[in-house]
Structures are given as structure tokens and as C-alpha cells.
Design a protein around this ligand. Sequence first.
Ligand SMILES: Cc1cc2nc3c(=O)[nH]c(=O)nc-3n(C[C@H](O)[C@H](O)[C@H](O)COP(=O)(O)OP(=O)(O)OC[C@H]3O[C@@H](n4cnc5c(N)ncnc54)[C@H](O)[C@@H]3O)c2cc1C
Length: 485
Amino acid sequence: MVAGAGIPVYDVPFVTVGGGIGSFVTVDYLRIYGVPTSHIRILSNIDHPWQTYQFLTRVSQIPIPERIRSDSSSRPDNLWGWPSYALEEAWKDKNLGHLWNVLTEPLLNDYWTPRAGTVFQNLDREAKRIRYWDMLVKGQVRMVRRRVGGGYFTILTPPEGAATTKRVAFRSRFVHIAVGYPGLRFLPDLQEFREKMGDYQHVVNAYEPHEHVYEFLKTRPGTVVVRGGGIVASRVLQRLFDDRRKFNLQTQIVHIFRTFVTGSHGPHIWMRRKGGDGWAYQGFNYPKSVWGGQLKAEMRRLDGAARAQKYKDMGGTNTPKRRHWQAQMREGRNGSFYHPFQGTVDRVERGQDGRLVSYVRSKDGTLRQPVSDYIIDCTGLEADIAEHRVLADLLQNSGAYRNPLNRLEVERHFEVKGTASGDGALYASGTATLGGYFPGVDTFLGLQVAAQEIADDLARRGFCKKLGPVRSTAQWFKWAFNSQV
Ligand SMILES: Cc1cc2nc3c(=O)[nH]c(=O)nc-3n(C[C@H](O)[C@H](O)[C@H](O)COP(=O)(O)OP(=O)(O)OC[C@H]3O[C@@H](n4cnc5c(N)ncnc54)[C@H](O)[C@@H]3O)c2cc1C
């Protein structure tokens, strides 16, 4: 059928779809395990692996000089995690303060986290070292299908003018999928307002470019409604507070929490999280033992409803409690320019003066109608996986099915369950697989944990050699001296 449709076929043993951080770390592992560039193709619509991440962090108020959320040893460019980012920044800045911070965190200091720019620079260095761009094929992947003779066909539409045919097919024994977030998810009342009024300027999502909001507030006093209680809401608030101070602005901030956390909370005494003033506080998006401690071990044994329950117990929106930002919040409350409260928004309408009126109902039945110039929705990036065409096709045609959290069900070694094809295997990592045996999937370190499981599984299947301690040490030296793998 593929030949009959006039689609040219390229043979390559391993294909990864996405080309973001998940694809990058998987390919990094494989190159370090010894797989040559000729055996790997990265099918992607972006030019460099950190492009989407950089876009999302920038618009959600983490520009290059600011610090991201994950810790010093979560290094997607370095599978050994050593030297850590803190050591590197201490060396480059000639500042031992970074090391003191790591030593005393989180008791005397907040968790130390790297600058976004440090992460990008190092990814660039590692990408060059493993010859990332020799393996990159630009285009939009349409589908991945099982092949009658085993393995898979991956169909890609090349960029306009880049090829003589509209589609090309990659015939491979192995496929890895890391396509990131399927799409933005808007709160229903905000989506309705945007569609009904055709107004995409005044009601914005924090994950879309919305610099015009901050620019407007510099020109005259205004009110902003912020919705959501996670890290993005805290970053947006920090930006509003920073601008207020820096430019001497009069901005008023109304903050609506759907769930207003008033203190420590959790399912039982051994599993509690700090909270207060509306927020749930946690350094990282899950408890740390998810990446390498008892929660990681426990989760690997759970299936079905028990797994879903465990996710519920440790899940929930949260944000790190950072000292600087806490001080700003206190100032905002005392100075009466920051107004947080609990409520569910029924609808948003345009008032007679053209401003936005939110109709908010609190748990105790109180009705409020805050009026604002802008609304920034900081609640979510996660649409249903079926909104992504490739994932929807996998669910429909390739035997893949959903896990207890409604995402793709994968094995402990990240093979997508139900999709085996002859001696081939299809793997997935990243947010599409959240709800599996390993909860930290949508993080740098989690993507590396997945990449290692995948590389070890590929070694078991004879695709590459396993990485033992001697080769690993030799490879670390190559990494340290920036010599090609
Ligand atoms: C704002 C923000 C901050 C974060 N901060 C941290 C942090 O501090 N620490 C941490 O560990 N994690 C963090 N994460 C989580 C996670 O590590 C990153 O989102 C990471 O980029 C996920 O990698 P990925 O490969 O799954 O997705 P991405 O990096 O988004 O890459 C997927 C790529 O696939 C491409 N693609 C999709 N469909 C197709 C198709 N059909 N054809 C071709 N290409 C396609 C997309 O264009 C995209 O570029 C953060 C996430 C966000 C959103």
C-alpha cells in the first residue's frame, strides 16, 4: 500500500518522533551506548531540541536568565548528572554561594535550581557532541503504523519545498514517541468567552505569548485576574509584582483559586504537604522519592485502581515556596493590591465599559464580580492525548490503550502496551505516558530514567551493547572533554 501510494521508503533501525527534550535524551543515551548516527533518525517539526521548552518557559515568565524548577543534578545533557549545574555555575561565576546553597537546601535556603540559559547552553554543547543534527529530519509526523513484516512505518510530511513528494515513510524496527503536550487546555468559561466574543487579547493563557498584558499595565493603572494555583501562577504573579515595583505601577491583582489550601494537607500523617494562603507547597512537582526512592519502587508494583489511587494521594497542583516570592506576596496582601480568594467562575462577560466581569461563586455561596482589564489563565497545558493526531491514531489503529489516568499505558521499560510488531517495539515517554509505573515521566530526570530503561531494553534485544561500568566511565571522560562519542 505504501509503495502503491507512491511514498518513498527509507530504512533506518530506530526512529524517534518529536525532537524535543524527550527525543534528545533518548538519542543521547543511544549514542553513548554506541549506536551510530546512521541507525537513528529524529523526526521533528523543530530545529533544536529545547525549542518548545524554551518557548513555553519564556511565555510563562521564565526567560533565559531566570531559574527553572528542577534541581542541580537534573541534567538532560549529562546522563551521569555530575558535575551538577551548581558546580558548573559556581565555577563559571567564581561564586561558592551556589555550592553553599546546595549544601544547605532546603533548610537554610530554597532549593537551588539552574538558570534556563545554563540548561540551553549545555544542551547545545551535547547536541553537537553526539552529532544531533546529522540525525534530524524536519517535518510533521502523520502516523506510526505496525508493518505486516514486523516493525513500523512512520509517515512524515516534509516541510514545503523540501522534498519532491508530499509524504515519506520510514521503515524501522523500533520507534520512540515523545511529542510533548498535545495542546493547551482552556478553562471552559474562558474558552466560551474567547469564542463568543472573538477576543483573544484580553483573556489569555499563560502558555501563549501575552507580553502585551504587561506592556498595557505600564501605560496606565489596571486590574488583572489570575487563575490557577501552580508554578505558572506563581511566576506570573512574580512578574506582576516585579513590574509594579520596577516601574512604580498601580496594578491591582485579583487571584482566584478553585481550591484554596489553608494549611498542611495529605492523605495520612506520613504523606503531608505544606500549604497556606491558597497554595500547596512542594519543591518539585512530585515528592523527591518518585525519581529514585520508595515511591519509585512502590509505584512499579501497582496496577489499575491502586495505581490511580497512589497518583491521587501524591498528586495535585503545587508550587515551590520561594522566599523572595513569599515576601512579595506578603507585601501585596498588606498593601492591598493583591486579593486572593476561593471561588468557581460561572462565566465571564464584557461589562458596559468594555472591561471583563467574572461571576465567581465561593464555597459558602457568596457571589463576587471582580472587574478586570485582563484575565490570565494559569491552569493548564494538558489536553487529552487523543487531541494529538499521532497518539489518536495509535489508540485507534495500533492496539495502544489508556492507563488509569487516561494516557498511554506503557510497560516498566516504556514500551507502549499492545503495540508490539514482530521483533520490533514501540516506546513512548513524556507527558503522554503519565499514569504509568513511573510518575516522574514529564521531567528532565524522568525522561532520562525512561531513556535508560529504553536503551537497556534495546540492548536486551541486541540493538546495542549494554553500558557497563568501564564503558560508562570512559564515556564520562569523553563527555567531560567534549570529545565526540
Ligand atoms: C513551562 C514548563 C516548565 C518546565 N520546567 C521543567 C523543569 O524545570 N524541570 C524539568 O525537569 N521539567 C520541566 N518541565 C517538564 C518537561 O521536562 C518539559 O516539558 C520537556 O520539554 C518535555 O519534553 P518532551 O520531549 O516530552 O516534549 P517537548 O520538549 O515539548 O518536545 C516535543 C516536541 O515534539 C514535537 N512534535 C509534536 N508532534 C509532532 C509531530 N506530529 N511531528 C513532528 N514533531 C512533533 C513538538 O513540536 C515538540 O517540539 C517543564 C515544562 C513546562 C511546560
